[in-house]
Design a protein around this ligand. Structure first.
Ligand code: PNS
Length: 162
């Protein structure tokens, strides 16, 4: 059985992430979307919320599972019997860091391959961080994130002024 893990922070999931999830689902028997629980970061959405968004937006895909992990990706992938890590590549600027991680992960577990799926060109400039920055200053994020979370993103940036 070909099991892939698609790891990330997904804070929040963007339409670029969803595109990679759908396309990976067509390539593997099972795709586990694994949300990193990183205690060193202060996320906009909690782990539970990030998983909830992913479940609502791609939970209908039969062979896609949503999970979370902490610690090393390679340990998590092994625990799930995954043989592949899927990553999205947007541009050459992503490549250097991804290459470094792929080599390190290969050193940690030579049995697990990392493969890259090129992000659709319409999402090639998209990142969760940019979406948050635009939303924070009231810019339009329509079409960049799942519709169900648009309002919620804006709401989280609204500050109470007394
Ligand atoms: O969405 P992100 O934040 O770019 O995802 C980064 C992620 C989760 C893929 C990466 O930080 C990761 O794999 N973290 C787990 C810790 C780990 O295994 N570190 C060694 C990687 S070489």
């Amino acid at each position: 059985m070909k099991i892939a893990v698609y790891p990330g922070s997904f804070d929040p999931a963007t339409n670029g992430h969803l595109d990679i999830i759908k396309r990976s689902g067509a390539l593997f028997d099972k795709v586990i979307v694994a949300v990193l629980n990183n205690p060193n970061k202060k996320p906009l959405f909690s782990i539970k919320e990030r998983m909830g968004i992913l479940k609502k937006t791609c939970g209908n895909l039969e062979n896609v599972e949503i999970d979370s992990f902490s610690g090393l990706l390679m340990d998590y992938a092994k625990s799930k019997n995954a043989n592949t890590i899927v990553k999205g590549l947007r541009a050459v600027s992503d490549f250097e860091y991804e290459l470094q991680m792929a080599h390190m992960n290969k050193k940690l577990n030579p049995d697990i391959e990392t493969i890259f799926i090129m992000t659709s060109s319409k999402y090639s400039y998209l990142s969760s961080s940019l979406v948050k920055e635009v939303a924070q200053f009231g810019g339009c994020i329509r079409g960049l994130v799942p519709e169900i979370i648009e309002e919620d993103i804006y709401r989280r940036f609204k500050k109470v002024t007394v």
